[in-house]
Ligand binder design. Structure first.
Ligand SMILES: [Fe+2]
Length: 410
């Protein structure tokens, strides 16, 4: 018999450090772990933007470091192997990942292999991998985001692309959560408008999915070992998710139109952090389930894909919890006078579409290359491979529902 879970727990990195110039405290934080050898993991874009050099200049002279800057967007297995080589060569005592989601994700996964052996595929869920549990912690990780969106700085997940199968899969373990999320909004100021928009919409999708997720239903007595990381919203994630939605509604347009607007950048950085903490505890839903499959197939930017799919999923879900979707609409500035709750709930999707339009997100999935004849196969893949996310969706989702949702966002 299925039973709604009665126990919830809530996890975050052991420290969150937030604020302008927070990065100046990096040396002290590394030393508090007793570390004197730092390996920075980053990508070429972040390096070229001068961010890594700025960070390195702040380091105390008694710290040794090396910079690995070959992380790629949507990292595939060879990127993980290459980064692992860098760890084996340099033998760091701490990892500092600077970048968007990819650099932080790569740091989390290579850290597991470096400490516990095996290869990345061992820790990926079947049928793609062997589904081995991560046995314990690796080196300390300090995650320094340079975008406001992925939430990777607080999440226990590493996303791996498997190009020959055109899928993205995740490795997840509580041991992989970074030890410190060090968020310095000044590091996001140079982010160009397009990634500002897509990462911001990704954060919005995290907040909205976390706020409307369904509680995990267990089959047996409560157990810490079998309860999934994503086990439904709780009173803490609700607070974080709502605040994140409000902050994004008031600041994403500003950060997009003027990257130097520090107030807006600060609010987006905070929103991304809060949304990340909310979803990594509560879970996600059909937007991410469908978006992961679409992103794997068409190599579309994660945030853009989510932004397009999110309103169609909200329309599908609105009647499952009108009160919550109505609250989202209100947080996003929809006028509610004279309307009943369900009407307001349905308008929440409209508010998301308006925001997407204002930050120039492509209008539909067809612009990412999705064709009508691909839909049945995509829907099949969503049902087959994304149950981990689909179980959190507030309304049960079947293949025909996925097909309908995709048609509505073409
Ligand atoms: Fe996401």
């Amino acid at each position: 018999m299925f039973k709604a879970e009665t126990v919830w727990d809530f996890s975050t990195p052991s420290k969150i450090k937030f604020g302008e110039e927070a990065i100046l405290e990096l040396s002290e934080e590394a030393k508090m772990f007793g570390a004197s050898r730092i390996l920075f993991l980053t990508d070429e874009g972040v390096r070229k933007a001068g961010i890594v050099d700025e960070v390195v200049e702040t380091l105390d002279k008694d710290l040794e470091y090396e910079i690995y800057d070959r992380v790629e967007p949507e990292p595939s297995l060879n990127v993980f192997e290459d980064a692992l080589e860098a760890l084996r060569r340099f033998k760091p005592e701490i990892l500092v990942a600077i970048g968007g989601g990819s650099s932080i994700d790569v740091a989390k996964a290579v850290n597991v292999i470096y400490k516990h052996g095996g290869e990345v595929l061992d820790y990926i869920a079947p049928p793609t991998g062997k589904g081995k549990r991560v046995p314990g912690k690796g080196l300390p990780i300090i995650a320094v985001p340079t975008t406001s969106g992925t939430g990777s700085e607080v999440s226990p997940v590493s996303v791996v692309s498997i190009p020959d199968k055109e899928i993205k899969v995740g490795i997840s373990s509580r041991y992989m959560r970074p030890d410190i999320a060090l968020v310095d909004p000044l590091l996001t100021v140079s982010l160009p408008p397009a990634p500002t928009a897509s990462s911001g919409m990704d954060a919005l999708s995290h907040a909205i999915e976390a706020y409307t997720t369904r509680r995990y239903e267990r089959k047996a007595k409560a157990s810490a070992m079998t309860r999934p990381d994503y086990n439904g919203g709780n009173p803490i994630t609700d607070l974080y998710a709502k605040k994140a939605i409000e902050l994004i509604a008031e600041s994403l347009r500003r950060a997009y139109n003027n990257g130097e607007d520090l107030e807006a950048r600060k609010k987006m950085a905070l929103a991304s952090l809060l949304a990340g903490i909310a979803f990594t505890n509560a879970g996600l839903g059909a937007t991410h389930a469908i978006g992961m499959v679409v992103g794997g197939r068409y190599h579309s930017a994660h945030g853009v894909t989510m932004a397009i799919i999110l309103p169609a999923v909200m329309e599908f879900n609105a009647s499952s919890n009108p009160k919550r979707f109505a609250e989202i609409a209100e947080l996003m500035g929809i006028k509610t006078e004279g309307l009943d709750v369900l009407e307001v709930a349905k308008k929440s999707a409209e508010a998301v579409r308006e925001l997407s339009k204002d930050v120039n997100i492509p209008r539909g999935l067809s612009e990412l290359g999705v064709r009508e004849e691909d839909i049945p196969e995509l829907a099949e893949l969503v049902i087959e491979r994304q149950q981990r996310l689909l179980v959190g969706n507030p309304r049960r989702v079947e293949k025909k529902d996925v097909e309908e949702i995709i048609v509505n966002c073409l």
